[in-house]
Design a protein around this ligand. Sequence first.
Ligand SMILES: C[C@@]1(CC(=O)O)C2=NC(=C\c3[nH]c(c(CCC(=O)O)c3CC(=O)O)Cc3[nH]c(c(CC(=O)O)c3CCC(=O)O)/C=C3\N/C(=C\2)[C@@H](CCC(=O)O)[C@]3(C)CC(=O)O)/[C@H]1CCC(=O)O
Ligand SMILES: NC(=O)c1ccc[n+]([C@@H]2O[C@H](COP(=O)([O-])OP(=O)(O)OC[C@H]3O[C@@H](n4cnc5c(N)ncnc54)[C@H](O)[C@@H]3O)[C@@H](O)[C@H]2O)c1
Length: 219
Amino acid sequence: MDKHPMYYPIMADVADATCVVVGGGPIGWRKIAGLLDCGARVVVVSPDGVPALEAAERDGKLVWHRRRFRPGDLAGAALAFAATNDEAANAAVREEARREGVLLNAAYGADQGDFLVPSVVRRGRLILAVTTGGASPKLARRIAGEWERTYGPEYEAYTELLDRLRGRVLSSEADAERKLLALGELLETDALERLRAGAPPAEVEADCMKLLQSKLQNT
Ligand SMILES: C[C@@]1(CC(=O)O)C2=NC(=C\c3[nH]c(c(CCC(=O)O)c3CC(=O)O)Cc3[nH]c(c(CC(=O)O)c3CCC(=O)O)/C=C3\N/C(=C\2)[C@@H](CCC(=O)O)[C@]3(C)CC(=O)O)/[C@H]1CCC(=O)O
Ligand SMILES: NC(=O)c1ccc[n+]([C@@H]2O[C@H](COP(=O)([O-])OP(=O)(O)OC[C@H]3O[C@@H](n4cnc5c(N)ncnc54)[C@H](O)[C@@H]3O)[C@@H](O)[C@H]2O)c1
């Protein structure tokens, strides 16, 4: 078996980071759309592009240089994306990324870049991401599809509820041992089922807190 990279998974905050996407076809656009969703400053280099790219430029959402890639285009970039259909251009982007120390996503082949874009399910702050390391993007997509069904929209409110409850437990007056006990109970309530059934989050939170209070007080 070939040796594959031991990818180090991270969740990157790209808000206001300059991300250069080279190539404005459907694949380049998929990366651009994902970056815009995360608040990145997107710079596109491509002689032409899909209609959605035209619209995004018109709306002032990104900067688009309508020309072929040239050395210097990655200056100041935090991340770079090579998504052209031209082998020489993709290789030129790769060379410059190496030289400049810019992390590169190579849409044309997993082994050509520094990082991969996974398939993602978002439920607010809860983010599920999966990759096959380039073996089968379709399998990654399928697994994310399964997660879509398992982790429904209620998980967004549930995650926020857990965050608030956790904060309330940690900032309570109870001693450390009782806090730990209460934290251990956080996932043992019926909050998820109730949120799924449409109960108001504030009501669920109040009931959960009552339960946790008993752990914080009488042990
Ligand atoms: C997850 C996702 C994210 C995204 O792109 O945003 C993504 N590919 C997605 C879908 C997808 N891509 C392809 C198909 C057609 C079926 C097939 O070929 O299997 C489908 C299925 C579909 O569209 O349903 C074709 C394809 N993909 C790559 C190559 C080049 C090569 O491998 O040589 C070729 C052949 C091109 C050719 O024909 O020449 C390369 C990459 N694609 C990756 C990510 C990275 C590895 C991730 C991993 O292995 O897990 C990597 C290495 C680089 C990267 O782009 O980061 C996105 C799902 C989005 C979602 O979840 O909605
Ligand atoms: N990662 C993935 O999921 C995935 C899926 C399918 C294909 N791919 C790969 O991604 C590549 C792009 O796919 P696509 O469907 O968007 O292709 P496409 O041919 O529709 O678009 C390529 C874009 O690159 C631009 N381009 C060409 N030469 C350039 C240069 N020198 N400088 C800047 N821009 C240049 C073109 O003008 C065009 O806008 C494919 O060739 C394939 O290798 C990746």
